[in-house]
Design a protein around this ligand. Structure first.
Ligand code: SF4
Length: 391
């Protein structure tokens, strides 16, 4: 394996971009972190398996998701899709449904697509080569390094946000670049037990070298830590200014048939929430026009009966923008569509289609409105009752 261009192995004392880290320091850091990991690592379910597929799934799931949140999803996922073949053969709707609530659904779509590549090109066996892993959909530098090192013992670094913070503090570098991190982590990772070492660095960042109030008195590499010596922990890595994100107002149509069924539609195969199922909506420049837009949406699928009625507002924050769903209910008679795979009328029992968290929040508001409940402010149209989250 080991095709990627990593720096040469320890006992090098020289690490690009930094000085005076002796070979002894490198050896001491490795030994201390491995001992710490053996003694104190949390017993996470994916740490008790050597199945490369399960490790791969865990690495994708734990990105941008808290470990405590990921665990039940991981366990359910492996029961439903126990191996690459099972995942590759599953309909995309089932895959997205299993991911429902975790957010960042492109991870699930890519995992599904990658499983199909592994089934077709690698006989269903997860590749042990870093470069081959890297070629799979959704597998970046971090995931390839983590899977290669943890599942196959490949000497590759894996730098997530926790590892970035630890390395920044260890060497007292305020704004580490990706190239610097790659060099430093690649030099520190040992040939022996690279997977345990990578996990140890990340575990340290998750539990001891935390963003606020790192517990340096319990840190296994406190003696080698330069920001601790300099008292700069709170400023390492340096804070970056978050860009303000725009809010996009969305006219959201809750189209209701006489028997109470509600219309949902499948989103396009590309773009935000690709392939997920949502109440139909359009972006609007003037909120005052929402009712008219909702009426137009309803006419695409049904014959409206009466005027749209505001029932609530749901906010949802994506990584790059906030969407504000202005939800209007409108009664309508469904058009006779013989067979359209991209729309569904859902009844009281809900749907097996995958729906993002914000859409489920809208659904619960709709059901509440049907029962005559009002939302928090007592106003159907003016209160933002929605969720913050990631999709
Ligand atoms: S000594 Fe403190 S700042 Fe340095 S790596 Fe350990 S926990 Fe982080």
């Amino acid at each position: 394996m080991a095709e990627s261009a990593l720096p040469s192995a320890a006992p090098a004392a020289y690490i690009p971009g930094m000085t005076q880290l002796s070979g002894d320091d490198v050896a001491a850091i490795r030994a201390a972190l491995l001992a710490y990991f053996d003694a104190a690592a949390r017993p996470l379910p994916w740490r008790s398996t050597d199945d490369p597929y399960a490790i791969w799934v865990s690495e994708i799931m734990a990105q941008q998701t808290r470990v405590e949140t990921a665990i039940p999803f991981y366990e359910r996922w492996l029961r439903q899709f126990p191996d690459v073949d099972a995942l590759a053969a599953a309909p995309l709707d089932d895959v997205l449904k299993a991911w429902e609530g975790l957010g960042y659904y492109s991870r699930a779509r890519n995992l599904h697509a990658a499983a199909q590549v592994v089934r077709e090109r690698h006989d269903g066996a997860v590749p042990d080569s870093y470069d081959t892993l890297r070629d799979l959909p959704g597998v970046g530098e971090y995931t390839a390094g983590a899977v290669s090192s943890i599942a196959f013992g490949g000497r590759h670094a894996a730098v997530d946000g926790n590892a970035r913070r630890v390395l920044s503090r260890l060497l007292d570098i305020p704004s580490p670049t990706a190239a610097w991190l790659r060099d430093v982590a690649g030099t520190l990772v040992p040939a022996d037990r690279p997977g345990a070492f990578n996990q140890a660095v990340m575990e340290l960042g998750a539990t001891i070298c935390t963003p606020k109030s790192p517990r340096c008195h319990r840190c296994p590499i406190a003696r080698q830590c330069r920001s601790r010596a300099a008292g700069t922990q709170a400023d390492r890595p340096a804070a970056t200014k978050r860009k303000a994100i725009p809010t996009v107002d969305m006219a959201t149509a809750i189209v209701r048939a006489a028997d109470g069924r509600l219309l949902i539609v499948r989103r396009p195969a590309r773009g935000l929430l690709a392939g997920m199922w949502c109440f139909p909506c359009v972006g609007v420049t003037s909120v005052a026009d929402t009712g008219a837009h909702v009426y137009d949406i309803a006419r695409r699928y049904a014959t409206p009966r009466g005027e749209p009625c505001p029932i609530g507002i749901v906010d949802h924050v994506f990584s790059h923008r906030r969407e504000r769903y202005h939800c209007y209910m409108i009664d309508a008679v469904p058009d006779a569509v013989a067979c359209d795979e991209d729309i569904e009328w859902i009844g009281e029992t809900g749907t097996r289609r995958p729906m993002p968290r914000a859409q489920q929040r809208i659904l619960s508001i709709v059901r509440g409105a049907e029962r005559g409940e009002v939302n928090e402010s007592g106003s159907g149209s003016g209160s933002v009752v929605g969720s913050r989250g990631r999709d």
